[in-house]
Design a binder for this molecule. Structure first.
Ligand SMILES: [Zn+2]
Length: 458
């Protein structure tokens, strides 16, 4: 049994090494074809990593890294051999390449040689040991590249959010070391000052977390001044139904939690909207988007009227009977109006390219406007910047296809077709799921969706 597990592990490594060989060959072939079609030299190679990503069921960002790895490995023959033999798996090979990527090809080959000469250097090493060994060899060869590398790393500073268990989230910042240490020290100092105040029973960690939120949102004790959109059925909001809600940018959250956030964090000011929610050119039936009580999130929709009496912003988006798809909205304009953009944002949640879950940055005409593609919800999709760019590359086509949920078919230059279906909305029927509040369910098969936008500006 143990031999079998090891044998399969070796096979995975060998398959990974073969994929790397094939990726390099595919890159060459695509570049040749692009050159023959008259694509300028500096644009050749576009879309190759995205195709590798789709074939490997990985995100476009990962596809890029994998192609980079594949193209670097031939210059590191010993590392490549260790990959083929199973001594280094794909992840550890990635670490080796990552640590040497700032070196010249000659120095990289030298590091490769040095590691191989140290017999057993790569055998039995954990991730950290591999990084340490490669770094030491790299620093010895080219100390200047350390400085270069640091300069490159600063450019990668960023903030990201990912779900943690139990409706918690990791808010992570990748920072230059001085800023990271300074930010942490400032939070720690605050927590220590607060600890001296009588009556605060929060732990140091809790105070630091609360202070971080207060400083970033600029609101003591809350999250005012920022819009949080919640997507849920009205039964979840008003009838204590258990159907989970969706928090765009985060994911699925329990119904009770969604209700509590909605009802206990009222915005300090609200502005009822009178403009049609879909913006100019809205041609959908009136009940597609109705302002239940109050609705407005974008400044252009404001009437200037402010009131203190309402404590909840609710935007109703009805689903089509029988399909649970948000009802389509149209616009005659080329640019997606604000309401339709928000609609796509809620429906798609993240970039629609398969396996890519980057945030939506572009509201894209699936069939391009200049090819007669209308500005509609059906012909619209949310894409990240990189994927929108790839979609415009020669040989890529996309079209919406009819289905129970909004679906886009993308065909790559090699003629391979991939489908992207919008994520299920709260309230969509799930086979085998328990049904709650059957008796009070007022809608049969067409549950409306509520986008509760709150709290808003203070
Ligand atoms: Zn994307």
């Amino acid at each position: 049994m143990n031999e079998q597990i090891r044998g399969l592990e070796d096979l995975k490594c060998l398959a990974g090494a073969r994929q790397a060989d094939t990726a390099v060959a595919f890159d060459l072939q695509q570049r040749r074809e692009q050159a023959a079609a008259g694509v300028p030299a500096n644009e050749q190679g576009a879309g190759v990593a995205a195709q590798i990503a789709l074939a490997r069921r990985e995100s476009p960002a990962k596809g890029s890294r994998l192609l980079g790895l594949a193209k670097t490995l031939p210059g590191m023959p010993h590392t490549f051999a260790a990959f083929r033999s199973g001594l280094l798996n794909e992840w550890r090979v990635t670490l080796v390449v990552k640590e040497t990527i700032c070196l010249s090809p000659e120095d990289r080959a030298g590091v490769d040689e040095e590691l191989a000469a140290d017999t057993g250097a790569l055998d039995g090493m954990g991730d950290k040991a591999v990084i340490a060994a490669v770094r030491a060899a790299a620093y010895r060869r080219d100390p200047a590249s350390v400085a270069k590398r640091a300069a490159r790393a600063v450019g990668e500073r960023c903030v990201s959010l990912r779900p943690a268990p139990d409706t918690m989230a990791y808010l992570t910042a990748l920072l230059p070391v001085a800023q990271g240490v300074a930010a942490y020290a400032a939070l720690a100092k605050d927590a220590d000052d607060t600890a001296r105040l009588a009556g605060d029973d929060r732990s140091r960690g809790q105070v630091m977390a609360d202070t971080l939120v207060e400083r970033v949102t600029g609101t003591p004790g809350g999250i005012n001044g920022v819009e949080i959109q919640l997507v849920m059925t009205d039964r979840t909001l008003l009838q204590a139904d258990a159907e989970p809600a969706r928090l765009p940018g985060y994911g699925t959250i329990p119904a009770a939690w969604a209700r509590e956030l909605t009802l206990t964090n009222p915005p300090t000011t609200r502005t009822p909207a009178t403009a049609s929610d879909a913006g100019p050119g809205h041609a959908g039936p009136d009940e597609t988007v109705s302002d239940a009580r109050v609705s407005a999130a974008d400044p252009e929709e404001h009437t200037g009227l402010e009131t203190q009496e309402l404590n909840l912003w609710v935007r109703r988006l009805y689903t089509a009977p029988g399909t649970n798809e948000l009802v389509a909205m149209d616009s005659k304009a080329r640019i997606f109006p604000a309401g339709l953009k928000r609609f796509l944002q809620i429906r798609d949640d993240t970039c629609r390219t398969p396996y890519c879950d980057a945030p939506i940055r572009h509201h894209d005409h699936i069939t391009a406007w200049h090819n007669g593609g209308p500005t509609t919800a059906v012909n619209g999709q949310g894409l990240c910047e990189a994927c929108n760019h790839t979609k415009e590359t020669r040989g890529w086509t996309a079209k919406p296809v009819p289905g129970p949920r909004h679906t886009v078919t993308t065909t790559t230059p090699t003629g391979h077709t991939y489908h992207s279906t919008a994520p299920p909305l709260p309230g969509a029927p799930v086979r085998g799921a328990p049904v709650h509040n059957q008796a009070v369910r007022p809608f049969s098969g067409t549950p409306p969706i509520l986008g509760a936008c709150h709290p808003l500006r203070s």
